[in-house]
Ligand binder design. Sequence first.
Ligand code: GLU
Ligand code: ZN
Length: 459
Amino acid sequence: MSAVVTRFAPSPTGSLHLGNARTAFFSWLWARRSGGRFILRIEDTDAERSRDEHRAALLDDLRWLGLDWDEGPDVGGPAAPYAQSERGAVYAELYARLERAGAAYPCYCTAEELELSRRLSRMAGQPPRYAGTCRALGSAERAQRERAGRRPTLRFAVPADAQVEFVDLVHGPQRFVAADIGDFIVRREDGTAAFFFCNAVDDSLMGVTHVLRGDDHLTNTPRQLLLLAALGLRAPAYGHVGLLVGADGAPLSKRHGSASVREFREHGYLGAALLNHLFRLGHAADAEIGWLERDQMPAHFRPEHLGRASARFEESQLVHWQKEALARLPAEAFGRWLGGDASPEFIELVRHNVVLPADAAPWRAVLAAEPPALDVEAAQVVADAGAPFFAAAAAAYEEAGADLKALARALAQRSGRKGAALYMPLRAALTGRTHGPELGPLLKLLTSESVRRRLARYA
Ligand code: GLU
Ligand code: ZN
């Protein structure tokens, strides 16, 4: 048995979408689970849309998530180079091979001609595929078009009787016939490699055995298999996973809030939280599995449990994993994550009450010199307790100080209240809210001046 080789093949045309990060992660899991290799390949033949800064950010976001690769543009490897923009020489040889075999031909159609042909097909109720116009051109006709200055694309000639059958790793058996597949472009007019071509041949040349990618590529697969067969290249197995959608069922996008890894990262989500969430998105993990460290994940990965239904991203589930991640973060790392110059006492105070660093702001405000305004619920609780309660609380504080137990005992004696009836108004007056961090540590963090002012206000 040869080793499992998987890959992630992003196009550096924007920031890393969470859905793409998910397929990258599944591919990584598969390789790591089987002791195989994981390759990073940059699909940047579209020079106009590809950007160096996107590429750098992509690598950075993948690493931040906790993924690593055995071969790639930054680490090299036996199939280098790993950026398609640098692989022109490899492709040139394969184009020549296709042309020699009569498996590809130059197409001189202009964009207008192609559009017209598409429209005619549509009107005739046929699928809008390439009509094959240039397939039958003789050498004289080609030469004439060349002389007229037309720059051809190179099209793959789909054999008329072609039938493609394959078993998708996720969707199961698939069958396509030539009539569904028009002759497609393998080299663009400007000489650069087209997606169908470089994506397929690089998977083969790089020894990729298992391709996981989004559902939107399922119908591309028969073209790619025909192409590889024509070149005598071994094809990988393909698996197409369901798309990532938002709560409304539409593809996850900025409209839903955050859609890129970078956005989640900037808001303060932790890579480990995202990984735990992604691990269960469209991958039916065993129900009893709780939090997993990155290195525990491959052993629990089940490729056969990848779903074809679209996976629904719910921020509440990410929040769940974020809390799990934060609970495991050492205090020092938590402080760095929180930002600002949080004291150890402040960190202890907010540790279990924040999901994102921004959530700490109200607690900084609670500790600020000026007491915070009461929110609606706190105002109600304070009114219900009444002035005598706060007069008693002020006196009890003078007697007992910042020790919450002692304070509660003294206040119980003076007010006749206990339990929530005692703690709730105290919390409301001190913090302006009816819920939040533990009162004990909070009381110690407030200056006595501040406590006196807050209690006196309602006495
Ligand atoms: N560059 C392609 C994309 O980002 C790769 C598709 C694939 O994984 O095969 O959509
Ligand atoms: Zn043509």
